[in-house]
Design a protein around this ligand. Structure first.
Ligand code: PEP
Length: 250
């Protein structure tokens, strides 16, 4: 039985005051025992948000991590060791905004995955196709390529300590989510790709859906057999909405 997980990606939003209010409301909320909840604030706020979450059951994640272990001369970068040091348990790697806006390729994403795990962080590996790729019918090929880069570098055993998030690029921040059937198809493909190499690891892998998840569509998405929760962007910035999404996963 896979335990559902909902992670909030705050992207580059928020301020100290806004975060304090949001986290306060999340900490007050009761998520019940049936779901893991994680928030991923901007790097500058990780320590402070982590302090506020200290006695709660809500986990802390980073939105990205440096591929280099460091320490070293990598101006602007933040290592996995530093993220661990400020209390992170998770790190998103390969978010489509990083892939598209900062030209992160599959090989770099794989190195970030390995760097995160080397420090005991759980990588949340994002995969997903663009609209053009979906329309060309190459969704599976794209997702396979993204997964295989990590499998090639880290090996299948690494997926026992990782999470995959299927995030169709055309659904992120657009208000247009994948249908439950579209999500299920790709989630089953992801699980199958891992299970082909190790059936137990494939069966236990948590595969999150991300892309315009809201309280209004969460339950139908999370009801699908291979959807184990969500990676939530915009809706994770509103406490009431995010709590309802977490409740739908529980
Ligand atoms: C995301 O940032 O990973 C995301 C899925 O965003 P949104 O929920 O806003 O589409």
């Amino acid at each position: 039985m896979r335990r559902p997980l909902v992670a909030g990606n705050w992207k580059m939003f928020g301020s100290r005051a806004e975060n304090a209010k949001l986290v306060d409301e999340l900490v007050q909320a009761s998520f019940g025992g049936g779901v893991d909840v994680v928030v991923c604030p901007p790097c500058a706020y990780l320590w402070e948000v982590g302090r506020q979450l200290k006695d709660s059951r809500i986990g802390l994640g980073a939105q990205d991590v440096c591929a280099e272990a460091g320490p070293g001369a990598f101006t602007g970068e933040v290592s996995a060791a530093m993220l661990k040091d400020v209390g992170c348990g998770y790190a998103i790697v390969g978010h489509s905004e990083r892939r598209a806006l900062y030209r992160e390729d599959d090989a770099l994403v794989a190195r970030k995955f390995v760097a995160a795990q080397a420090q005991g962080l759980v990588p949340i590996l994002c995969v997903g196709e663009t609209l053009d790729e979906r329309e060309k019918g190459v969704t599976s090929a794209v997702v396979a390529r993204q997964l295989d880069a990590v499998l090639g570098l880290a090996g299948v055993a690494a997926f026992a300590r990782a999470i995959v998030a299927y995030e169709p690029v055309w659904a992120i921040g657009t208000g247009k989510n994948a249908t439950p059937d579209q999500a299920q198809d790709v989630h089953a493909f992801v699980r199958g790709r891992i299970a082909d190499r190790d059936a137990t690891i494939g069966a236990g892998l948590r595969v999150l859906y991300g892309g315009s998840v809201k309280a209004a569509n969460a339950a139908e998405l999370f009801a699908m057999a291979d959807v184990d929760g969500g990676l939530v962007g915009g809706a994770s910035l509103k406490s009431e909405e995010f709590v309802r999404i977490c409740a739908a996963a529980a």
